[in-house]
Design a binder for this molecule. Structure first.
Ligand SMILES: Cc1ncc(C[n+]2csc(CCOP(=O)(O)OP(=O)(O)O)c2C)c(N)n1
Ligand SMILES: [Mg+2]
Length: 655
């Protein structure tokens, strides 16, 4: 049989090392599938095309090499698009293939008409239709080159009559299709960085995903400068959790030690990171940045100097240029604070913390403790990202993949399937929220079908947990009807799909359930029913947000009261230090539990609240406030701020 255009495409993919194509077969892709059948590439048929795009993205994120996915005409390709944003936003090279109707049918409102090049425009660095067999080799080459050089998505539309047509030539220059090489910043620029570092006493080195493969040089630089290493969540897996230099994460998935280190250092050296949350970065220009991407330099924080260069060669050069520092006081202080924070994390995750409630921190910690030393953890998006991101203690060989920049719910399982396909003997654990798992649970069937032994751990809180917190942090009562939902029995679902399933509802069973799942040969699901209203310990929270959390509780209580249910809302906010505040708890209890206490804001520190009638039953500086008190504002010495609100009884309310 003579070669088709599809054969040319598949041969090129095989030559550059592509091992799988993830997709859903059908009409315009039949010639492509036939070429795959005759090649060494594995066709991994998915249950939903978004799963195919996620699998390709997951592979590409893990390996830095081209992932490939395919969807057929019209809707088959439309469903790829959402998953492709994972590759585009996290800068991973993926080739997406869209089948399309024969050329003669275009522009006639024929069935399944879409304009794929238009549809894929936003998510792709390169999108082109292969319009003839003659043009195919060069366009295929260009697409793969674009995905590698821009680290993102390239898209090709394959009209049915062209992809199945007789080939008109081989592809050349295949050896040029490979990941972007590293490059070093210029010696002059590195000398300028060294001069800034030499002038600073306390330096913090912040490491992002661009530091992959540079762990040893970062350790050397840290030792030379007595500088703590900190990381974005994308950089967390670069060093082991227990490396004494690796002080922890920044921001919401981070530690107070790191927050203080960043705020109090003389110089923050940002390396291979485009960390977007400006509020956790210095605002006064104490930043130096090194990154391969010139466009990211200086865009997140006022920056004194930025250089374009890959981390490893640039830091290697820098090590020789900076003067060593001997004062360890800053490093020691951060270390001490880090240990205190770690102890707090350990307590939160302690299985003894409760006899009947599984705290989600314990789920993450047990997963971490029982995982293989080189496991890959794939995180979903939601509150669960905080549990997994903060409580996993990585080994340095393990990898952590997430929806880092796209922050999309429902992406972990699909990505995990692709990652597992890279090496079926490596342990891959998808840590999902229940909302996220529900979104693309069909991809568990893909895992079973293709013998991908992915382990799925579901944090089952019967809610879009993060949305409760989001609403409250802007002062809105959570819209429970939209946030809460019933779940199926995920363990039974796993078994119905042909996998193993484990349910766990009390902390005592956690080690056994996760251990059994990890020991299973094939795919497995652990359904862990967790405490629904657990709040994360965040290293820093704005005072305004605290007020909003309290306000949200007040509003929720008032809503309940208006609905005739009444209740008491309480937001207990524990002030930990001048800069860091932790919300200890917020909750609403039913009206029947009310003592009839009027509305109070109580605090040993000052706060701004409307109204106040002195109330003798409360400590001297407490004030009785109106139910419409919008804010409890902390200032002054450390202490505990409690905002306790009782809704007026419905009968007493004015009509
Ligand atoms: C695809 C997508 N849809 C919606 C959102 C908004 N969102 C962010 S977190 C979240 C809740 C996730 O719920 P769940 O998976 O149950 O995780 P939990 O927060 O409960 O841990 C939602 C809906 C999103 N980020 N991505
Ligand atoms: Mg949930």
């Amino acid at each position: 049989m003579s070669q088709t255009v599809a054969d040319v495409l598949v041969a090129a993919l095989q030559q550059i090392g592509v091992k799988q194509i993830f997709g859903m077969i059908g009409d315009s892709l039949n010639s492509l599938a036939d070429a795959v059948r005759r090649s060494d590439i594995e066709w991994v048929g998915v249950r939903h095309e978004e799963g195919a795009a996620l699998a390709a993205a997951g592979q590409a994120k893990l390996t830095g090499r081209l992932g490939v996915c395919a969807g057929t005409t019209g809707p088959g390709s439309t469903q790829l698009v959402a998953g492709l944003y994972e590759a585009s936003r996290d800068h991973a090279p993926v080739l997406a293939l869209s089948g399309d109707m024969a050329r003669k049918l275009r522009g006639t409102d024929y069935i399944q008409t879409t304009k794929p090049d238009l549809l894929f425009r936003d998510v792709s660095l390169y999108t082109e239709t292969i319009v003839s067999p003659e043009q195919a080799p060069s366009v295929i080459h260009q697409a793969i080159a674009a995905a590698y050089s821009g680290r993102g998505v390239a898209h090709l539309t394959l009209p049915q009559d062209v992809i199945g047509a007789k080939a008109a030539g081989e592809m050349s220059s295949i050896a040029t299709l490979r990941p972007r090489p590293e490059f070093m910043a210029s010696t002059e620029e590195v000398a300028t960085i060294a001069a800034h570092i030499d002038q600073a006493v306390n330096v913090v080195i912040m490491c992002g995903g661009g530091c992959r493969g540079a762990a040893d040089v970062l350790q050397t630089l840290s030792d030379r400068l007595k500088a703590p290493l900190i990381h974005s969540v994308k950089g967390k897996d670069i060093l082991a959790y227990n490396d004494p230099r690796w002080m922890g994460g920044i921001g919401m998935i981070g530690t107070k030690a790191v927050y203080h280190a960043v705020m109090h250092c003389d110089l923050l050296l940002m390396v291979g990171t485009d960390y977007p949350y400006t509020e956790f970065l210095p605002h006064d220009g104490r930043v130096i940045q090194i990154d391969e991407r010139p466009e990211v330099l200086g865009r997140r924080a006022p920056t004194a100097f930025g250089v374009a260069g890959s981390v490893r060669p640039t830091v290697e050069l820098l090590i020789d240029r900076v003067a060593p520092k001997s004062d360890t006081r800053f490093f020691d202080r951060v270390t001490e604070e880090r240990h205190r924070w770690d102890e707090m994390l350990d307590k939160q995750a302690d299985l003894e913390r409760s006899r009947d409630l599984i705290h989600p921190q314990a789920v993450a910690r047990v997963v971490s403790d029982l995982a293989q030393p080189d496991a890959v953890f794939v995180l979903d998006t939601g509150l669960n990202t905080l549990w997994s991101g903060n409580w996993i203690r990585q080994t340095g060989l393990q990898r952590i993949i997430g929806s880092f920049n796209n922050a999309a719910v429902g992406t972990a399982l699909g990505q995990a399937n692709g990652i597992q396909a890279v090496d079926r003997s490596r342990q891959v654990v998808a840590l999902c929220g229940d909302g996220g798992f529900n979104m693309l649970m069909c991809e568990f069937l893909t895992a079973v079908h293709h013998r991908l032994p992915v382990k799925v751990v579901v944090y089952n809180n019967s809610a879009f947990g993060l949305i409760t917190l989001e609403a409250e942090s802007i002062g809105l009562p959570p819209f429970r009807k939209g946030i809460e939902f019933p779940n199926p029995d995920f363990a039974a679902l796993a078994r119905a799909c042909g996998g193993r399933g484990f349910s766990v509802r009390a902390p005592g069973g956690l080690v056994h359930a996760i251990g059994e799942a990890f020991a299973s040969e094939g795919p497995a699901i652990v359904d862990a029913v967790v405490a629904p209203d657990e709040l994360p310990n965040v290293p820093h929270i704005a005072l305004e947000t605290i007020g909003n959390l309290a306000l949200a509780k007040i509003r929720e209580v008032l809503q309940r009261s208006r609905a005739g249910r009444g209740g008491v809302g309480a937001a207990v906010v524990r002030r930990q230090s001048a800069a860091g505040l932790t919300v200890a708890s917020t909750n609403v209890v039913p009206r029947s539990n009310c003592t009839g206490t009027p509305v109070f804001a109580r605090s040993p520190v000052s706060r701004r609240c409307r109204s106040s009638t002195p109330d003798n039953g409360w400590p001297a500086n407490s004030r009785r406030t109106s139910p419409f008190c919008s804010r409890a504002r902390a200032a002054g010495p450390s202490g505990t701020i409690s905002v306790i609100i009782t809704a007026p009884a419905p009968a007493r309310r004015k009509a």
